[in-house]
Design a protein around this ligand. Structure first.
Ligand code: ADP
Ligand code: MG
Length: 232
């Protein structure tokens, strides 16, 4: 394995359920991501993109294979290490972005929630405001998620995911349902920020929009990861 990799996934397999109900989703996924590299992950609906992201996020233990992120073997760690991993090594944006956000709480406070366990109370509001500004929400610091547009909600979810400056961002369908221009602007702002922070990212989506913002495209098909074709 190249030691320079931030993500090393080897022969990752995942099956949901057992017996007659078993659904084999991932068969043998190999994936390497270097620090600060951006990779688009695409593939048909139901191909296991979200499953792969959840495994890398430390939210699902794969049925087989090995996943090492930032030197941490996700197939071996215990609960406390897993919690720390989720807090500090990866930022995760859910396919339904509001899932990770607190309703009735300002954008500025939402971004500070993940920071509560990592110390530095004095710096928290400043860092949170900077992230929100970088993501185009400088005028919405006091706005709670339920009063945001879908595009603003995605941006807020990204700010929350990046709150602790993780080396890896995992973003599930961040432009889904957005108008083309709004999605492109979001990707542009996000990628500028990722470059500034030196953060690697896996951007999952089933559309072509992300292609020009990434270094590489990987296609998940029939349970394996293929080097991206440029047919999309
Ligand atoms: P994608 O994100 O590419 O659309 P998913 O990873 O969400 O794909 O889902 C892949 C397959 O696994 C689908 O057939 C889906 O129905 C199934 N699946 C996803 N999550 C679960 C679960 N928690 N239990 C059982 N089956 C699931
Ligand atoms: Mg999905």
């Amino acid at each position: 394995m190249p030691t320079a990799s931030l993500v090393q996934a080897r022969q990752v397999a995942h099956t949901y359920g057992r017996g007659e109900d078993a659904v084999a989703v991932l068969r043998s996924v190999d994936l390497d991501v270097a620090p600060a590299e951006r990779v688009a992950i695409t593939g048909p609906s139901g191909s296991g993109k979200t499953t792969l992201l959840r495994i890398l996020a430390g939210r699902e233990v794969p049925s087989g294979g090995r996943v090492v992120v930032g030197g941490i073997d996700l197939t071996r760690i215990g609960r406390r290490e897993r919690d720390a991993y989720r807090r500090e090594v990866v930022g995760y944006v859910w396919q339904r972005p509001s899932a990770g956000l607190l309703a009735g709480v300002s954008a500025l406070d939402n971004v500070q929630v993940p920071m509560l366990a990592t110390g530095g109370s004095r710096e928290r509001p400043g860092i949170a405001a900077q992230l929100l500004e970088a993501l185009g929400l400088g005028d919405e610091l006091a706005t709670p998620p339920e009063r945001m547009t879908p595009a603003q909600l995605r941006r807020l979810a990204l700010a929350v995911a990046l709150a602790n400056r993780p080396p890896l961002l995992l973003a599930d369908e961040v432009t889904a349902g957005l108008e083309w221009a709004a999605g492109r602007q979001l990707l542009e702002d996000l990628c500028r920020l990722l470059d500034d922070l030196g953060t690697a990212a896996l951007l999952v989506g089933h559309e072509a929009r992300a292609q020009r913002y990434v270094h590489r495209v990987v296609v998940i098909r029939d349970g394996v990861a293929l080097a991206g074709e440029t047919a999309w």
